[in-house]
Design a protein around this ligand. Structure first.
Ligand code: GAR
Length: 217
């Protein structure tokens, strides 16, 4: 049995990805363990999910800080109290400072609702429909200073159907997020997933392609 891997999750909202992580990491044999959940929003439902699972929570309201640097510095302090091996962004809707990203280099993951590098930023489902794309999906990546731009770990592809709306597409993409994020976290916790010095992502000591590992339909 590998050493337990402490994970701190940052979120701003509903926390369905947190729930998927809690469910997966409480399963036997998974070395990842969510030890704290931190939110910039006191009303985030993800905090309720954490408390119900007996996980420590903290709220740092970004509006109480003078600027991004001060907030991120306080956030680092709150996270590092838990000495995590991995920090997971699960719908944490804040742009992070370079200092924050550097501090967690190689141990900071994000999930984004598009097939990156397509559709960085917001309203991805709407934009996919407007573009008439045949496929959409979600991506897990290591976080670097470029917004939604770090090296890819895993992508899940979903088909876009002719009757899809942003809501139906969001629902289907979300379901895939709940599969790929726990998987990526487990790989990391098992020591199988690494960000190499040359910026490539390695799984079992093999460099992944630029798209990461891709799971189709
Ligand atoms: C997820 O769809 C995630 O991909 C997205 O926020 C949602 C959070 O849902 N993240 C981003 O857009 C980051 N750029 P959840 O609170 O139910 O997990």
């Amino acid at each position: 049995m590998p050493q337990p891997c402490n994970v701190v999750v940052l979120l701003s909202g509903t926390g369905s990805n947190l729930q998927a992580l809690i469910d997966a990491t409480t399963a036997e044999g998974n070395p990842a363990r969510v030890c704290a959940v931190i939110s910039n929003r006191a009303e985030a439902y993800g905090l309720v999910r954490a408390r119900e699972a007996g996980i420590a929570t903290a709220v740092l309201d970004h509006r109480q800080y003078e600027g991004r640097e001060a907030f991120d510095e306080a956030l680092i302090g709150a996270i590092d109290q838990h000495q995590p091996s991995l920090v997971v962004l699960a719908g944490f809707m804040r742009i992070l400072t370079p200092a924050f990203v550097r501090h967690y280099h190689g141990r900071l993951l994000n999930i984004h609702p598009s097939l990156l590098p397509l559709y960085k930023g917001l309203h991805t489902h709407q934009r996919v429909l407007e573009a008439g794309d045949a496929e959409h999906g979600c991506s897990v990546h290591f976080v670097t200073e470029e917004l939604d731009g770090g090296p890819l770990v895993l992508q899940a592809v979903v088909r876009v159907d002719s009757g899809d709306t942003p809501a139906t597409l969001a629902q289907r993409v979300h379901a895939r997020e709940h599969q790929i994020y726990p998987l990526a976290v487990r790989w990391f916790a098992e020591g199988r997933l690494k960000l190499a010095g040359d910026g490539s992502v390695q799984l079992d000591a093999q460099a992944l392609p630029a798209s990461g590992h891709v799971i189709r339909h």
